[in-house]
Ligand binder design. Structure first.
Ligand code: HEC
Length: 197
């Protein structure tokens, strides 16, 4: 019980700290939502791209690489999640008031919830969202659970913010993600926190 409380409290704090920008853009998305009417696929895809860009999905789901001017997104792997080949060593032990740490690609995160790896959002059938239905995607966003019924999606995925999206904006997000080139990349399963093992 206590651990659950800690996990949830820190999840909320982490979301608040890391994602203030996402919060403001998420509410912006909700305010301006509604112009992606069902059936208008090209408009939906354009709206979805706009939302993905301003809501920071790339920040966590596109691996960072070191460029000449510092870290930049590796767009050859856009939205394909934590790179399969990058096996992470155990995360450093956090010492209060430090709370969490992240890998250099910004796709692996460690905190009181354990270690989480961002997922492949491209339409690859085996390793991405290729076999997801739009209903499952909507349910994931609304409930913060995998496919709307599995385990809770772990931090720092901003589930609290995304739950406020309108259905038409979630449909637009999905339409855009499904229009991307499929990238085969099997992201790792999360690792439980030390104290729970
Ligand atoms: C701050 C980092 C962060 C941001 C920003 C973020 N995500 Fe995530 N996302 C994650 C992590 C980490 C996971 C995996 C969590 C887990 O394993 O439970 C995840 C998981 C997901 C999943 C679940 C996939 C599955 O297989 O269950 C979907 C869908 C998703 N993200 C979509 C999005 C979309 C769309 C956006 C932009 C609106 C976004 N994410 C923004 C970190 C982030």
């Amino acid at each position: 019980m206590r651990l659950t409380n800690i996990v949830w409290t820190t999840a909320l704090i982490a979301a608040a700290i890391i994602l203030t920008a996402v919060l403001s853009t998420a509410s912006l998305g909700a305010v301006t939502g509604g112009d992606a009417a069902p059936g208008k696929t090209a408009a939906q895809v354009a709206r979805g791209k706009y939302l993905v860009d301003i809501m920071g999905c790339h920040d966590c789901h596109t691996p960072m690489k070191l460029g000449p001017n510092g870290p930049e997104w590796d767009m050859t792997r856009a939205l394909s999640g934590h790179p399969e080949q990058l096996v992470m060593p155990p995360a450093p032990v956090q010492q209060a008031p430090w709370l969490a740490s992240m890998g250099m690609t910004m796709t692996a995160w460690n905190g009181p919830w354990g270690t989480s790896f961002t997922k492949n959002l491209t339409p690859d059938k085996e390793t991405g969202l290729g076999d997801w239905t739009v209903e499952e995607f909507i349910a994931t966003m609304k409930t913060g659970r995998e496919r709307g019924k599995g385990r809770p999606v772990l931090p720092p995925m901003p589930v609290q913010n995304l739950a406020a999206l309108t259905d038409s904006d979630i449909r637009a997000l999905f339409a855009y993600l499904q229009s991307l080139p499929a990238i085969k990349n099997r992201t790792p399963q999360p690792v439980e926190p030390e104290e729970k093992k």
